[in-house]
Ligand binder design. Structure first.
Ligand SMILES: Cc1ncc(COP(=O)(O)O)c(C=O)c1O
Length: 398
């Protein structure tokens, strides 16, 4: 098998030479001319059963060839049979929950999760009974009607890591969903450790340029069929133009993640020595002495850092207001550096008690490091930290 970065460049493009084109074809059709009614009926039956139509998609809610190319390229990178793409990360996650609901109404979830995932599970919208569990206690939370275990690693926003193999072991026959958005398949392939659903908010690193909102689930063919059925019925489609941009983004994914990760390591170590910073969470700090499961689960620590300011909410607001290069904005995984305040934004939908129980304090900031020169980034961050220092320090200046 060719190496990951080669497959990231060439995946889903195998037939381009035969087609006589170099760039990915973009098919924007909503409907398709039908040569023969009986043939079209068979194609429709296939789609309703969750299969990919053979020659004619019939209607774009059933299948789109540009989206299909992106799906097979992503599945190859995750090492799964198939992938199913959606119009957002939340559409992907809710489709997994809807598909799971056919097998049971109980879900076990480990915090922290992305705020809206947490909110969806807690909202009762999908009539699921949710048990919140620590990762070590998943086996105790499993019931006969448990249809899914949900984890996020690295977790948004605290960067907490969960041992996927250990959770899969505890879950037994219950499928485990891993939201692997922060890691990307460059750094982590949860299916290798037994996860049945690998979810990405493709809006983030996979697209990488902040111009596509999308989600994707990499899984086995049986579950992919269920997800295609949910997508067909509920319509949470990815637009082919989005799929085209995501597929193009895959080609540079390794280079982007590795470069951003390098800069994140530098910023994390400088942040951890700064007097205004109470704590830094970055998997790369202490990597050499990390448990073996962590070093074998992830190929590197990634490009996200969470850090807590001693001066709390006011310090966070002052830091964000002082920045001139980094963009204060939600989202992550873009070519440019983004920074945001989880308690006030991405995780505001959680109750204050739930936030604080999983380490999302009022002084916490989440930094998604981009591709700028790390010294320029540090200069900007240092200006922000100076503005934050008025509100509190965790130690005297060295
Ligand atoms: C880890 C994680 N999962 C899922 C989502 C939801 O994705 P989307 O915003 O594409 O719906 C996000 C969004 O920030 C996320 O960070």
């Amino acid at each position: 098998m060719k190496s990951f970065s080669t497959r990231a460049v060439h995946g889903g493009r195998e037939d381009l030479r035969d087609l006589g084109v170099h760039a990915l074809p973009l098919d924007l059709s909503t409907t398709y001319p039908l040569e023969d009614l009986d043939q079209a009926t068979l194609e429709l039956d296939r789609a309703v059963a969750g299969e990919i139509p053979d020659r004619n998609p019939v209607y774009a809610r059933l299948h789109n060839p540009t989206v299909g190319r992106f799906e097979s390229a992503l599945a190859d990178l995750e090492g799964t049979d198939a992938a199913v793409a959606f119009g957002s990360g939340m559409a992907a996650i809710s489709a997994c929950l809807m598909a799971a609901r056919q097998h049971g109404t109980h879900v076990v979830a480990v915090r922290p999760l992305y705020g809206t995932t947490d909110h969806l599970l807690n909202s009762g919208l999908l009539s699921l009974d949710v048990t919140w569990s620590e990762a070590e206690n998943v086996s105790r939370a499993i019931r006969p009607d448990t249809a899914l275990v949900i984890i996020e690693t690295p977790a948004n926003p605290t960067l907490r890591l969960t041992d996927i193999r250990a959770v899969v072991r505890q879950a037994g026959t219950v499928p485990v969903l891993v939201d692997s958005t922060f890691a990307t398949p460059v750094l982590q392939r949860p299916a290798e450790f037994g996860a049945r659903y690998v979810v990405h908010s493709a809006t983030k690193f996979l697209g990488g340029h902040g111009d596509v909102i999308a989600g994707v689930v990499a899984t086995d063919e049986i579950r992919a069929r269920e997800l295609r059925q949910v997508r067909l019925m509920t319509g949470g489609l990815l637009h082919p133009l989005g799929a085209y941009l995501l597929h193009r983004g895959l080609a540079t994914l390794s280079v982007r993640v590795e470069r951003a990760q390098h800069s994140a390591g530098l910023l994390a170590s400088r942040l951890s020595g700064h007097p205004v910073v109470r704590s830094v969470s970055y998997p790369g700090l202490g990597w050499a002495s990390a448990p073996a499961w962590q070093r074998t689960q992830m190929r590197g620590p990634g490009a996200l850092i969470a850090f807590e300011l001693a001066g709390g909410h006011d310090a966070a607001r002052a830091l964000l207001a002082a920045l001139r290069l980094m963009t204060p904005a939600v989202s992550l995984g873009s070519v440019d550096t983004l920074i945001q305040h989880p308690a006030g934004l991405t995780h505001r939908v959680m109750s204050a008690a739930d936030r604080s129980a999983c380490g999302i304090g009022d002084g916490l900031l989440r930094l998604s490091v981009g591709l700028e020169d790390p010294e320029d980034l540090w200069q900007d961050l240092a200006t922000g930290l100076a503005a934050a220092s008025v509100f509190g320090r965790s130690r005297a200046c060295a």
